[in-house]
Design a protein around this ligand. Structure first.
Ligand code: SF4
Ligand SMILES: [Zn+2]
Length: 377
């Protein structure tokens, strides 16, 4: 809270004084239009249990106050603020939970419930402690495996000891994004370091909780070729410490820094071919001959759309479907029949990026006609 001039009035959060996208008129109107008694979204997807058996999972994305890191700064790609409301109460969150239960038949058909909050469930500044307690207890009572998301700073021994008493076995997904301190700082603005991630992992291991790592494919200010080189390294670096690794290829969300770069022509979302190549290159590390070290999940949000990972437009559906299938089947056979004329263009782009000193890469907009790409006047 800041009060620059002495005043009787209560302080204003510094964040509200900044001309950030979330303080623009359209963002505030959108924010206040949400119904706080309903979750942002609720759906069911095919999943695998921790033993590797196919099952169904419910995903409940709650409408919350959002992420405390966003209030003071925020990650360069994160558009979660679009889904938040500042005044969500404990009662609202209970109403959202009841709505989700009703919508998904009391969670009878699912074995797993992912409770996401556009922030960290175990962060007291974001989620009332009573509701954290309720989610932990209730999912345990229902006999469903709980998956939550968290930044690293909440995962202290004290907090996890408390949580384990309410729910002895759950998964914590951390948005690590990159196994590289410079990328975390300058490309992602993550607000935590690798040291902090290692500390959190150690605590989760001490408490025998499952660990999921999210890695970002193609952060801002990085070429396609460099992203491929880096992401392969990051998967190898986290594989021993993660029960699951989920690769999130960049998709451009409104009002973010990456959105601004994208609209200015300084960033292009990744190719689907890069994701296929990434999977092929790391498969033997996540699934060595003698068993599985970690489960690799690649789920390209908005695949095939200009703001999501995409190819030429002709092969996107087929390539994205193969990538999705890999996350469940875990076999490279999914990619054996894929081909398209855009493959050679992707290959040349990656080769040039990896061999020429062009920081943001040589790639051009691949959804425009080739003659339009040079139409500067
Ligand atoms: S920590 Fe997560 S929720 Fe918070 S700003 Fe970054 S990506 Fe968004
Ligand atoms: Zn194609």
């Amino acid at each position: 809270m800041v009060n620059l001039i002495p005043s009787e009035k209560p302080g204003v959060k510094l964040h509200y004084l900044i001309k950030a996208p979330e303080n623009t008129q359209w963002a505030l109107e959108k924010k206040n239009s949400w119904d706080a008694s309903k979750p942002a979204t609720v759906y069911v997807t095919p999943e695998l249990t921790k033993e590797g058996t196919p099952c169904k999972a419910a995903t409940v994305i709650l409408r919350t106050k959002g992420c405390h890191w966003w209030w003071s700064s925020g990650c360069t790609f994160c558009g979660y603020f679009n889904d938040t409301r500042d005044d969500v109460t404990n009662e609202d969150l209970h109403n959202q939970w009841n709505y989700s239960m009703e919508k998904l038949n009391n969670f009878e058909e699912v074995e797993m419930i992912k409770v996401y909050t556009s922030g960290s469930l175990l962060e007291d500044r974001e989620i009332p402690i009573q509701f954290q307690e309720f989610v932990l207890k209730e999912t345990h009572r229902l006999g469903k495996h709980l998956v939550i998301e968290s930044r690293t700073e909440q995962l202290t021994s004290k907090k996890l000891t408390w949580a384990k008493k309410l729910n002895p076995n759950f998964t914590v997904a951390i948005g690590l994004e990159a196994y590289d301190d410079e990328v975390l700082r300058f490309h992602v603005n993550k607000g935590f370091s690798l040291k902090s991630w290692h500390r959190a992992v150690e605590q989760l291991k001490n408490h025998e909780l499952r660990i999921k790592a999210y890695l970002m494919f193609k952060p801002p200010f990085m070429s396609e070729g460099e992203s491929l080189t880096q992401c392969i390294k990051w998967v190898k670096a986290v594989v021993e410490d993660s029960d699951e690794i989920s690769i999130n290829p960049m998709n451009i969300q409104r009002g973010t820094i990456i959105d601004r770069l994208y609209r200015n022509g300084d960033y292009r979302p990744p190719w689907l071919w890069s994701l296929v190549e990434l999977i092929k290159r790391v498969h033997k590390f996540v699934r060595p001959e003698n068993g599985e070290t970690s489960r690799l999940i690649v789920h390209p949000t908005a695949a095939g759309k200009p703001r999501g990972a995409h190819n030429c437009g002709k092969c996107d559906v087929e390539v994205a479907a193969a990538i999705e299938r890999y996350s469940v089947s875990r076999t490279l056979d999914e990619f054996s029949d894929l081909s398209c004329e855009c493959f050679s263009r992707w290959k040349e782009e990656v080769y040039s990026d990896q061999n020429l000193p062009i920081p943001i890469g040589v790639g051009l907009n691949r959804r425009n006609k080739i003659e339009k790409l040079f139409d500067f006047y």
